[in-house]
Design a protein around this ligand. Structure first.
Ligand code: ATP
Length: 630
């Protein structure tokens, strides 16, 4: 497929805010996409070259794009940088520069989706000596073959700053419109309404009395996506075996599935109202979610964002191998850190282990974790998602040999008595836990959904997980650090919406960093090329965290520097990658920020290494909290 076709869709989508129009444009593109192009097109639509759970990134910062633009346009880097300062957007700079370069493009090859995708994938595999030069050449090669508007989107893709809002929901609906045989959509590409017709075959798959049969079909697609985690796979199955094929999609041990999420209950009565009586209550442990798979005797661990962290947690692998019966299963659990005296520690103190690359065994000893298992999703080839919760719990009770500070079952009480439930809640808080979870005894496990089969109950306000999109340089004693951070939530289409700035809750700490990191195993030499320096700063950050549980300015500055995509004298704009948890006193309406809200007294609590930008708080969620507080 010509890359131009994809770019036309980006352009059309960026001109509309109508979800139906976006769905229409993407679905028309999908209809024209061949089987072997589906994965590439779907990822590029989202500005990605790897699925969301894959950690690999292209490792391209603004400076490298400037070099590539200079090479492709024949201008000096200084000139390109000047242009950048004028517009503040390298995508636009690329558009303008490639416009002036008509002569060369006449002779260059036409760009295909395959070519762009393959070259961008190459970027994520290049490291070590000469990496910057090789990456510059690849990007400038693409830019030289690109039209001006193609160049704009290539630059935005490598900088991971697409500015085109296509959320998972839109992609899913586009798949429904384009790939479900027997579903006819009547839509003109522009309005706010659409109509549909279902074939007799499809009608058989939805409840007869359903008032929204279209929604039933969409749910089938969503369910399959929650299990496969790959839209491309969903499309392939639909094309080959239709909706019936999707209904047969099964959990596959070794491949992570989306975790079930839980809404918040207002109080204990509300909890019982949602989950029914009697209900199971469990401690809500304050750690990070681990989905543990065992297949053919081999254990694999995934975070909530489905990142594979098996190597980072040899202690958990050992605990599962030694204390859980069976060769084939998927467990859902929370890993919680504890100190030398056995006291449980808040998430931040162990979060560094998630990204750790060096010295893993030593850090595992220094920051041990206990695995609190609370669910099971598959066992010996059997999918357990539709089995009632109590039965699933009985299974884990039979499989796990509990061992304190290694692996235990989530502490549980089953009751229909509100007083007993409240006592249990107090007991959990006294034990230092965050609160309790209330669970419906018959509840199924619904991947990816925040449904009422379970609720969380905690005494604190709901914190927000927000992504840093920019920052300002500090002044006075904070000079040299980024010190005020611009934070954003997201909408359903994945657009990021500003919700203010935060600078409190962060520690001023400089000392600890450099010396220690230099003797850490495998740390590259700082004097070599740029991509190596990025690695070494990552290690610095890890060391900084070891001494202290609170986030420091040094740490945030080092984390954000490689992510800079725009800068001026005051500050920087960064790729939205660093997710932080924020507490606040109140949510207020505000016309100053694109979300329409601002936070009163926001405070940084911790960096959420286990969350990606897709996991951050949504504007709908913030709106609900706003009305709740009133
Ligand atoms: P929070 O920030 O409140 O932890 P969240 O967004 O991480 O919320 P929710 O689904 O809203 O996720 O809240 C439940 C979370 O609590 C789970 O994701 C899980 O990580 C954690 N947890 C701790 N103990 C339990 C338990 N016994 N059962 C289920 N989840 C638990």
């Amino acid at each position: 497929m010509d890359y131009k076709k994809l770019v036309e869709v980006y352009e059309n989508i960026s001109k509309t805010s109508k979800r139906l129009s976006k769905t229409y444009y993407v679905s028309e593109l999908l209809k024209k996409t061949k089987d072997d192009e589906i994965e590439k097109v779907l990822l590029l639509l989202n500005g990605r070259i790897h699925p969301a759970w894959d950690k690999s990134d292209m490792g391209v910062a603004a400076k490298l794009v400037i070099k590539a633009l200079a090479l492709a346009s024949g201008l000096s880097s200084d000139k390109v940088e000047k242009e950048w300062k004028k517009t503040g957007d390298l995508g636009i700079v690329a558009y303008n520069l490639m416009q002036n370069k008509k002569q060369a493009t006449l002779f260059s090859e036409k760009l295909s989706v395959e070519k762009v995708f393959a070259d961008l994938r190459k970027l994520s595999k290049i490291s070590g000596h000469g990496a910057v030069d090789t990456k510059t050449k690849i990007i400038s090669g693409l830019l030289s073959s690109a039209s001006n508007v193609e160049a704009q989107y290539i630059v935005r893709t490598v900088l991971e700053d697409m500015r085109v809002g296509i959320g998972d929901g839109t992609v899913r609906d586009s798949i429904v419109w384009s790939s479900v045989e027997g579903l006819k959509i009547n839509y003109d590409g522009d309005g706010n309404k659409f109509d549909y017709e279902l074939s007799d075959d499809l009608l058989q798959l939805v409840p007869e009395d359903s008032k929204n049969k279209y929604a039933n079909i969409v749910e089938i697609i969503q369910d399959a996506y929650n299990i496969t985690n790959e839209f491309a796979e969903v499309v392939q199955i639909l094309r080959k075996d239709g909706v019936n094929g999707l209904l047969k999609v099964d959990v596959s041990v070794g491949k992570p599935i989306k975790v079930m999420l839980y809404p918040k209950a207002k109080d204990m009565e509300d909890a019982f109202r949602i989950v029914g009586k009697p209900a199971a209550f469990e401690y809500k442990y304050d750690g990070f979610r681990i989905q543990a798979h065992k297949k053919n005797g081999k254990v694999m661990l995934f975070t909530r964002r489905l990142e594979n962290v098996t190597n980072q947690f040899p202690d958990i692998v050992k605990a599962i191998s030694e204390n859980v019966k069976g060769d084939d299963f998927i467990l859902d659990s929370e890993a919680v850190g504890f100190d030398k005296n056995g006291k449980y520690l808040p998430f931040q103190s162990i979060s560094q282990r998630i990204k750790r690359k060096y010295d893993i065994e030593r850090v595992a000893k220094e920051y041990p974790v206990e695995l609190n298992v609370f669910d099971i999703l598959a066992k010996e080839g059997k999918n357990l998602l539709k089995m009632g919760f109590l039965k699933r719990r009985k299974l884990i009770e039979c499989m796990i040999k509990e061992e304190d500070k290694k692996i235990i079952l989530a502490r549980q009480l089953i009751t229909d008595d509100i007083e007993k439930a409240l006592d249990f809640y107090q007991e959990a808080l006294k034990a230092g836990e965050e609160g309790v979870m209330g669970k419906n005894l018959e509840g199924i496990y619904k991947p990816g959904a925040r449904v009422g089969y379970g609720v969380k109950l905690k005494p604190t306000m709901e914190n927000l997980d927000l992504v840093i999109v920019g920052a300002e340089w500090g002044k006075g004693k904070r000079s040299g650090w980024l010190s005020s951070f611009h934070i954003a939530c997201r909408d359903d289409d994945g657009n990021l919406l500003d919700i203010g700035k935060v600078g409190t809750g962060i520690k001023e700490l400089v000392q600890e960093v450099i010396e220690d990191s230099s003797d850490a195993e495998g740390v590259p030499n700082k004097d070599s090329d740029e991509s190596k320096v990025e690695d070494s700063s990552e290690e610095k950050v890890e060391v900084a965290k070891e001494d202290n549980n609170r986030v420091t300015f040094t740490q945030l500055t080092e984390l954000l520097k490689p992510l800079v995509i725009e800068e001026d004298n005051n500050g920087v704009k960064v790729k939205p990658e660093i997710v932080i948890e924020i507490s606040y006193e109140e949510i207020q309406k505000s016309s100053k920020y694109s979300s329409g809200y601002a936070l009163r007294f926001p405070r940084v609590l911790r960096i959420r290494e286990d969350r990606a930008v897709i996991d951050i708080s949504t504007i709908d969620f913030i709106e609900d909290l706003y009305f709740e507080q009133k």
